[in-house]
Write a protein that binds this ligand. Sequence first.
Ligand SMILES: [Zn+2]
Length: 424
Amino acid sequence: MRCDLLVHGARQLLTIASRVGPRRGTEMAELNIIEDGAVAVQGDHLLLVGPTREVLEHAGEGTQLMDASGKVVMPGFVDPHTHLVFAGDRASEFEMRLKGATYLEIMAAGGGIMNTVRATRAASLEELVVQSRERLDRMLAHGTTTAEAKTGYGLDTENELKTLEAIRLLDESHPVDLVPTFLGAHAIPAEYQGRGEEYVHLVVEEMLPRVQNGGYVPHDSPFFCDVFCEEGAFSLEQSRRILKRAKELRMGLKIHADEFTSLGGAALAAELGATSADHLACTPEAEINLLADSGTVAVLLPGTPFGLGEAHYSSARKMIDSGVPVALATDLNPGTCYCEAMPFVMALACRQMGMTPAETIVAATINAAHAIGLGHEVGSLEVGKKADLLVLDVPDYRHLTYRFGTNMVNTIVKAGRVIEQGGI
Ligand SMILES: [Zn+2]
């Protein structure tokens, strides 16, 4: 039995060994810890997981040994909601907001989402890849080994397809694995103001078929369509039309729902069998119960209200206690939440949404993997799964959220490849 890499002596090895499907209720606090644990890696997969005394005897000639004594070893983070690919930034808009500017004043000064759309349309494919790769490097440095990446700053057919191409190039050339999501319905672009129905028609009749026929939807890995269901963006009926068309084209479904106002997006996610419903900051109790009865994962994004300096956090405690499987994500984007680090989001979730340290770890690993259709492949340390793991410079898993603002990831193993900090 050839073993290429053996990580041993972990003070706590968090296996988070999975059941079928995402974890719910009290299972969300179970980490399945092996004390003095070890994993053996063959190629890009996990060969053995268990106590050090059992795994270490499988070390052979050529096995690279990694001593994790005194440290925590856990699965790499899965970030299931990012707007990774964009050009430019909105730092000036951030400062205007801090000085009291209203949304309308920021728009009048050329700010808001159209600011990023203009920069993204103007950027070449290569520029888009270069700028986004820097963010991907920082995500990996903070322990993210798999992430979802959305389009949505092109908002015309050509630039939405360019963004999908950028995601494909980044996925191929960077250690972090990316799952693509088409979000042509992120906002109604300036040239369609007052003609929202025409833009929905363009998404449904032109963009979605072009995405499907353009070879962007892989046969053997997940691909999603998402829509921003919100006042001022897309109505419930428009969201339904877009998602139903995507479902006909065999895409997985996601929805931005209830970020600021409740339009019924969570219920729509449950009705259509969406893989995830995201944000859910003001979801009514009846719709929380619909999510609990469905297979849809709630992806919560506490970095976003923090980024806006607001207090509308999702009711994670109520959702978990109601049986909704909860995942966490950064929502990395240039407007409301320029955050690449999952541990910071987890620290926020403990303080602002009533989650325990263990629940945030499940939400950032196995449940996040299920939120992007990869629960069978990543998100836990189990034999046969991808060898994506982190060695943390902490003596106990609770330190990951107890402490914040510094990076506690010592070493990253991605698909069996060892990546030291600074060596990305
Ligand atoms: Zn988003």
